[in-house]
Design a protein around this ligand. Structure first.
Ligand code: GRF
Length: 213
């Protein structure tokens, strides 16, 4: 594999890290021309930290509360990612809003995964179980997974890839979450592969997938 791109993964809170794991596994299997260069977590207890270290990947803890302002915190994140020559930032269970400062430093180079079909069931407060509960309450017959570029608003940037997941009559938030998560683990590595192959062309709000870069 020639020159794999360098990926930095951000996680926050408890961050169990199953998406991180799927990305690492896809890279190790050689399916994605990428390598995870660093994982940055707000919390030392996050499962993602342990998973990274098990694979010999650098895992850093950067606690926003140790900084005088959000701006200082994000400056540090930016510095650490630049220092490691990261080409692509992947949010994987990173629940904090990123400011224009950070987004500007990695414009169109930040991906997020959301456990529903955006633009429905997204936005502030729509994370974890809240998403699946809202889908079930709405009566929707389908949910899914969205990988999108990150912009200044929650769950709003241009959509890169989506997978549809059926909602079953007897679903609970847990059973739906599990079916969706299975698809997340396939879709995130796929999006990273397309990015690495320079096959994503952003045109306004639309991301076209081209055959050749
Ligand atoms: C996933 O459901 C993802 O869609 C959302 O946060 C969750 C992270 O799960 N953004 P994990 O830590 O990757 O297992």
């Amino acid at each position: 594999m020639s020159n794999p791109i360098r990926v930095g993964v951000l996680v926050s809170g408890r961050g169990r890290g199953t998406n991180l794991q799927a990305i690492i596994d896809a890279c190790e299997r050689g399916e994605t021309a990428a390598q995870v260069s660093v994982v940055i977590s707000t919390n030392p207890e996050a499962g993602a930290v342990e998973r990274a270290r098990r694979h010999g990947i650098e895992a850093l803890i950067v606690d926003p509360q140790q900084f005088a302002s959000q701006e200082n915190y994000e400056r540090e994140l930016t510095r650490l990612l630049h220092e490691r020559r990261v080409d692509l930032v992947c949010l994987a269970g990173y629940m904090r809003k990123l400011s224009p400062l950070f987004i500007g430093a990695f414009r169109n180079r930040i991906l997020n995964i959301h456990p529903a079909l955006l633009p429905a069931f997204g936005g502030q407060g729509m994370y974890g179980h809240h998403v699946h509960e809202a889908v079930l309450e709405s009566g929707a017959k389908f949910s899914g997974v969205t990988v999108h570029l990150v912009d200044e608003e929650y769950d709003h940037g241009p959509i890169v890839l989506q997978t549809v997941v059926p909602v079953h009559d007897d679903d609970t938030p847990d059973t739906l979450a599990a079916r969706v998560l299975e698809q997340e683990h396939k879709l995130y590595p796929q999006a990273i592969r397309l990015f690495a192959e320079k096959r994503l062309k952003v045109e306004g709000r639309r991301v076209k997938i081209v055959e050749e870069p």
